[in-house]
Design a protein around this ligand. Structure first.
Ligand SMILES: [Zn+2]
Ligand SMILES: [Zn+2]
Length: 134
């Protein structure tokens, strides 16, 4: 499935080919902090299936729980995180689905790092909800 997306300010634009059946929710603490949310969702995309159409990405290097170096690609203007990848080979991009224009038609099929999930994320439907802000 072909998708396209952009960062919040629009200076980074991309298109990618993804497998809509292979979308993950990640509850790891790095995703919680870097995404500024309770969890992040994404999918693995081979480098050749990702095309940067506009903008210049910045990279933040971090050491993953595996001990391997990761590079997190983000927009230097608005800070939106676009993907994470191997710092050395950059063979596979962990694309942040929240940046895709088609995100509302996609659903995750697996949660990973659930051991560090916030305990309320499994009961979010119990929290009162408004369609917009009060
Ligand atoms: Zn931006
Ligand atoms: Zn994560």
């Amino acid at each position: 499935m072909k998708i396209d997306g952009a960062c919040l300010c629009g200076s980074i634009q991309y298109e990618a080919v993804i497998d809509p059946a292979a979308i993950l929710v990640c509850h790891c603490t790095d995703c919680q902090i870097n995404g500024g949310g309770a969890f992040r969702w994404g999918t693995l995309v081979p480098r050749d299936d990702f095309t940067l159409l506009a903008g210049t990405l910045k990279f933040y290097r971090k050491t993953a729980a595996s001990g391997r170096e990761r590079a997190v690609a983000f927009c230097g203007d608005c800070g939106t995180s676009l993907y994470g990848t191997q710092a050395d080979t950059a063979e596979t991009y962990s694309l942040r689905i929240g940046t895709a224009r088609q995100a509302r038609s996609l659903r995750p099929s697996l949660q990973i790092w659930h051991g560090s999930a916030y305990d309320w994320t499994d009961q979010l439907d119990e929290v009162p909800a408004l369609d917009t802000q009060p």
